[in-house]
Ligand binder design. Structure first.
Ligand SMILES: C[S@@+](CC[C@H](N)C(=O)[O-])C[C@H]1O[C@@H](n2cnc3c(N)ncnc32)[C@H](O)[C@@H]1O
Length: 109
């Protein structure tokens, strides 16, 4: 769906619909395009990116979204803790998984 880069426009439109009003988490921010789509409708978004160059591009793209927390590093070091705090008691949740180089897209937390 991404070819290792950004999600397709059609996928971003779907993400925005699925995220509406929800607390969301994203594995692999890349350049922030999927995150921007999620954040445009989500209540909140926690998103994690491993690659520092991609992270800085994403940070610039996402600067206008106060509902986004952009984290640097491996999602496995962040999301299990963050989602238990942010999403554990939430009535709704939205989790966006992307293919990653170091972790399985089938992983769960
Ligand atoms: C397919 S891209 C993500 C596309 C993005 N979500 C979008 O919708 O535009 C996958 C990203 O996951 C990142 N990644 C790979 N392993 C990771 C890990 N263990 N933790 C966090 N990010 C990781 C890669 O650096 C890459 O930028």
């Amino acid at each position: 769906m991404t070819g290792g880069g950004s999600s397709l426009p059609e996928v971003r439109r779907l993400l925005a619909v699925l995220a509406a009003g929800k607390r969301c988490a994203e594995v692999g921010t890349a350049f922030g395009e999927g995150a921007a789509a999620l954040a445009s409708t989500a209540r909140s978004l926690v998103t994690v990116e491993l690659d520092p160059d991609r992270l800085s591009i994403a940070a610039y793209r996402l600067r206008r979204f106060p509902n986004v927390e952009l984290l640097a590093g491996d999602w496995r070091d962040h999301l299990p803790q963050r989602t238990s705090v942010l999403m554990g008691k939430a009535p709704t949740r939205c989790v966006s998984f992307c293919s990653t180089t170091r972790s399985s897209s089938q992983s769960s937390f």
